[in-house]
Design a protein around this ligand. Structure first.
Ligand code: ATP
Ligand code: ZN
Length: 292
């Protein structure tokens, strides 16, 4: 029997690129057990009936649509660019990037209207086309498959529309950052063919529950500290915990231990005020999973 013909859930992940490590890390945090995957084309997870398929990211939406893979992890930019029938199950909070307009110093492109009549080079013709028509702008889209930044210098386009990260490539090509056309992050997509396989559907429901608990946990930290009883009320008011915080007695009867789940972003704002209020031994711990 072909080894992949085993009834396991097939999950497509980018083979080698920006999403690979984070995708595998997410699946590992969900308890799938994926080790030594470098240079493998596929690997079976321990602890879960799933095989991970390592593919070029651009091919993932189509494989998921056709049911070759049941699930896929891929950038929203890639999903939207391809005309595919898939279900977007969850945005995953990593692989965030922006597709932006960039333009040569000689031009002044500071709003959408100034794109009218321009030639715009891009590898994202669908995303750009949708953006232009939503804004009622007529412009010419020049589709190219790579090195978009060079297009204005070659005279084949006035401006470009591309993923912008550090801006270094733009600077090298004497381009300025304009405005954002599309914001993307990695997403979990599912095959429409899943509805015909109740075993796999159940696995997807289970995995989605795990993924959501990992995503929620990433947005939170576990805060532990010792607080003098005298300032306990003041401290409690400072921590909008997800549930009522846990208060534990200590050997030193004038002090208690306080434990609470706090949003990651808020932790850094509240540390100094907590110390001022007399909190000591403050520990901030990551949370792996949060089960609703
Ligand atoms: P492949 O060889 O698999 O086709 P690729 O070159 O298309 O790889 P990567 O550069 O690894 O892909 O990017 C994969 C995805 O990561 C992008 O489609 C996008 O969703 C996301 N991403 C996040 N940040 C960036 C960035 N700074 N530049 C490009 N892509 C980014
Ligand atoms: Zn790609």
């Amino acid at each position: 029997m072909f080894p992949l013909n085993n009834g396991n859930l097939k999950i497509a992940v980018q083979k080698k690129g920006r999403l690979t490590e984070k995708s595998v890390e997410l699946l590992n945090l969900c308890g799938l057990g994926i080790d030594n995957y470098t240079d493998r084309l596929y690997i079976s997870a321990s602890n879960f009936p799933a095989d991970i398929l390592f593919l070029r990211d651009d091919d993932i939406p189509e494989y998921v649509q056709d049911g070759v893979a049941d699930l896929g992890i891929v950038g929203e930019n890639v999903i939207i660019e391809k005309p595919v029938m898939i279900d977007l199950k969850e945005k995953l909070g990593f692989g965030k990037c922006k597709i932006m307009i960039a333009y040569p110093d000689s031009l002044e492109i500071n709003n959408i209207q100034s794109l009218a009549g321009k030639k715009i080079a891009t590898t994202y013709p669908s995303i750009l086309g949708r953006f232009l028509s939503e804004n009622g702008i007529e412009a010419r889209i020049i589709e190219i498959s790579g090195s978009v930044e060079i297009a204005p210098a070659l005279g084949i386009a006035d401006v470009i529309c591309d993923i912008v990260s550090t801006g270094n490539t733009l600077k090298l090509n004497k381009l300025k950052r304009g405005f954002t056309v599309f914001e993307s992050e990695a997403a979990l997509i599912a095959s429409p063919a899943l509805k015909d396989n109740s075993f796999k559907e159940q696995l997807v429901t289970d995995l989605l529950k795990r993924i959501r608990s990992v995503i929620t946990a990433r947005k939170s930290k576990y805060l532990m500290m010792n607080v003098p009883k005298a300032s306990l009320e003041e401290v409690i008011r400072m921590i909008p915990a997800s549930k009522s915080p846990t208060i534990l007695p200590l050997f030193d009867e004038s002090t208690v231990a306080v434990h609470a789940v706090v949003s990651s972003g808020y932790i850094w704002e509240v540390l100094d005020p907590l110390k001022k209020a007399g909190a000591t031994g403050i520990l901030v711990l990551p949370i792996e999973n949060m089960i609703p």
